[in-house]
Design a protein around this ligand. Sequence first.
Ligand code: ADP
Ligand code: MG
Length: 626
Amino acid sequence: MAQKKFKTEVSQLLNLIVHSLYSHREIFLRELISNASDAIDKLRYLTLTEDACKDLSFDPSITISFDDENQSYLTVSDNGIGMNDKDLEEQLGTIARSGTKKFLEQMEQESKKQANLIGQFGVGFYSSFMVAEKVEVLTKKAGEDQAWLWTSSGKNAYSIEPAQKDSHGTSITLHLTDDGKEFASSWQIEQLVKKYSDHIAFPIYLDYEAVSWEGEGDKRKQKKEHTRRQINTAAALWKRPKSELTEEDYHEFYKSLSHDTEDPLFYLHTAAEGTIEYTTLFYIPKQAPPDMYYADYKPGVKLYVRRVFITDDEKELLPPYLRFVRGVIDSEDLPLNISREILQQNRVMQNIRNASVKKLLSEFKKISENNPGLYEQFITQYNRPLKEGLYSDFANREQLIELIRFKSSQQEGFTSLASYVERMQEDQKAIYYVAGGNEETLRKSPLLDAYRKKGIEVLIMDDDIDDIVIPMIGNYQEKELKAINKSGAADDLKNDQDKEKEKDLAPVVEKIKKALKDKVKDVKISSRLTSAPACIVVDEQDPTVQMQQLLRAMGQNPDDQIIPILEINPDHPLVKQVQTADDEGYIENISSILLDQAYLVEGVMIKQPVDFVTRLNDVLAKHLNS
Ligand code: ADP
Ligand code: MG
């Protein structure tokens, strides 16, 4: 029988595959099943379009059989279109596919070390040689009489000879290498089919002689039993029309996909047709995934290409702030063997990703408008990741601002910026918020009092990232967002009377400033304190004191202490004491107490508690004695 030489590029490719993809050699089965499925797809199309094939009786199926006794071989058969001798030569003897050619060209230019690039291009059929020392392709083309056998040991030659085969289709037998023998196992095959090919649209059967042993000692006897069973689900749920699917179908699929025991909060099924064809099915879990705040969270979206599983470990399928989404993306246009590196830059993938984000965000919006109860459940779980989107997803920032929610000094539960603005007082200049620290501390902030008295609503921002992301919003509906615990908001509440008072009290301010020296950036008369004697605010550009504490806890700029501005309440007796006092030591005591207690109220530990207590006792003693 005549041996034919592979085209040099095939030899090169074979060499590369065997050496660079070795750790992923299990993918050979996915490739063979995918080819079988393609071959059936092609024949199915012909039976629909070609008169000559219309009468072909054809019950599509893929069968995997193997040698259970000796693990010597594994066969993947299909009843698809098959190949004739010319096809065999063209398809399996050369590299017909442009993608692989391009790959080889690139390899030549870029040094052969970058073998991992190979994942970008379909390695397909040749991946069989990672587990086989010899591959036989027995095939008969639909509508032809002659069958053919293609044989190769994968070095640099192959042969094609006439053969016998009853019906159309292809049977590919891998004579396994020692390393490949592990795949001749019903357990392994089922695992791999479940993992990679469960949703191939045709049934995949496992068909083999199961070997077992009976009896004891001398009477031990081998028993063989023919087994045939379907091992895939054979229906990609996401490819079925919505109208055919019940809510229960969706929920069951979600559970099998996510391993969640609960039903999802809601889901979103989209089939996109047009220049880029793909299907997405996304689910929002009721409970945020437990690893949502870990850097090494497990992504929840699986990528399929034409119903063939590609990966479930790709964090870039959706932006990280949507990492709580579970589901499937199935593209018609991506190459089957796309690698991670390439995936992230792939234009088709980018398009799918962008469109998916838009779809999800507009679904969230719809729910916020039509189903407030459901939205509340959603936002309770996912407000915080959505906020991350404010700084990571500039393109969708406008939408995200509408989606995120805030706690409020006046409202129960959550409020949106839009409804805050609706409730704003006529002459209110800005959207006020207080950030940094936990909800309880924030709600007790002495600064809130004045706003409460004036009926001005203040948003309570207790997420640790609020301090970073909220200033990035800047303006909303032309209203500035102002942190009341920063200096910029202080002047808004002042009226003419307050300004008059400021002038009168200038000497007090001076005394305290002198006493506190560089412990404060400035001392100001507050128009927004009612019962508390003083409070600290930070300069507009500085992080709040809580933020500084957080940064220090994370090991950042530990000694770069930011100096606050002290706001004093002119009506408070302690402040009035300063007004009348002359004794510098006494003024210093009171000034320090004002500053330290303002820190304490903010939930910030003061540096010298002993000092504070001593000063406090001095002042108390003086007044008790007088
Ligand atoms: P791809 O599937 O990307 O085209 P492969 O290397 O997997 O690349 O397969 C090469 C070619 O061999 C296929 O395009 C097809 O023409 C042919 N082929 C492989 N397996 C089969 C099969 N089971 N039935 C019919 N043709 C096949
Ligand atoms: Mg293929």
